[in-house]
Write a protein that binds this ligand. Structure first.
Ligand code: 13P
Length: 250
């Protein structure tokens, strides 16, 4: 049995003071959660969010990481920096990074390796655009994105990766993939993992759905056998909404 994991992706929202307030509001609301609870916050909020989450079941994550250990990369943050600031998780390869910041499958792979080597837990994002789905490329694309991103990891390392399947057309649009669509594509990702790393490994990897997941649709999505959690954007910015998603089984 895989333990569910629900993570908030705050994107570029919340100042440190606002982050503190949101984490404090969340703490009592999610304390009975049966899943892992993570908030992936802007880097400047990590230390504050970590301090606010102290003594609770809320884990803190970052939203991106550079692949070099250190060096002349103005404006970037290394895995060691994020970890020392208090991040336990890091999102890598979000479609907004791919779309607006030139992220490629190759650099996603480099970032995954850097994060894993530094002891950060990775939430790897994959997903197709609408035109790719309409052209019938969804399965091939998510398989390719996933396997490239994991290149260089051994089975034990792959087991610990969390994958977020986020169809780009469902992000921030209010349009959710149907429960069956999400389940089917996540099944495709797991089958690809099984072919490359064996069934035992594939069955341990937690695969989330992301894209307009919210209190009103979380139950149906989480009832699907392949879906092990969610990566939540908009609905993670209000304590009551995120708590309602986290407490989907209550
Ligand atoms: P929304 O939940 O706002 O659609 O965002 C999903 C997402 O991109 C999470 O990473």
């Amino acid at each position: 049995m895989r333990k569910a994991i629900i993570a908030g992706n705050w994107k570029m929202n919340k100042t440190p003071a606002e982050a503190k307030a949101l984490v404090e509001a969340l703490k009592p609301l999610v304390k009975e959660a049966s899943c892992d609870v993570v908030v992936c916050v802007p880097a400047v909020d990590i230390a504050t969010a970590k301090a606010a989450a102290k003594g609770s079941n809320i884990k803190v994550g970052a939203q991106n990481v550079h692949f070099a250990k250190s060096g002349a990369y103005t404006g970037e943050l290394s895995a060691d920096m994020l970890k020392e600031a208090g991040a336990e998780y890091v999102i890598i390869g979000h479609s907004e990074r791919r779309q607006y910041f030139g992220e490629t499958d190759a650099t996603v792979n480099q970032r995954v390796l850097a994060a894993v080597n530094a002891g950060l837990k990775v939430i790897l994002c994959v997903g197709e655009k609408l035109e790719e789905r309409n052209a019938g490329y969804t399965d091939a694309l998510v398989e390719y994105q996933t396997l490239i991103a994991l290149t260089g990891l051994d089975k034990k390392q792959v087991e610990k990766i969390v994958i977020a399947y986020e169809p780009v057309w469902a992000i921030g649009t209010g349009v959710t993939a149907t429960d069956e669509q999400a389940n089917e594509t996540i099944g495709v990702i797991r089958a690809a993992l099984a072919r490359k790393y064996g069934k035992g490994t594939a069955n341990k990897v937690r695969i989330q759905y992301g894209g307009s997941m919210k209190p009103s649709n979380v139950k149906g999505l989480m009832a699907q056998p392949e879906i092990d959690g969610g990566l939540i954007g908009g609905a993670s910015l209000k304590a009551e909404d995120f708590a309602a998603v986290v407490n989907y089984d209550k």
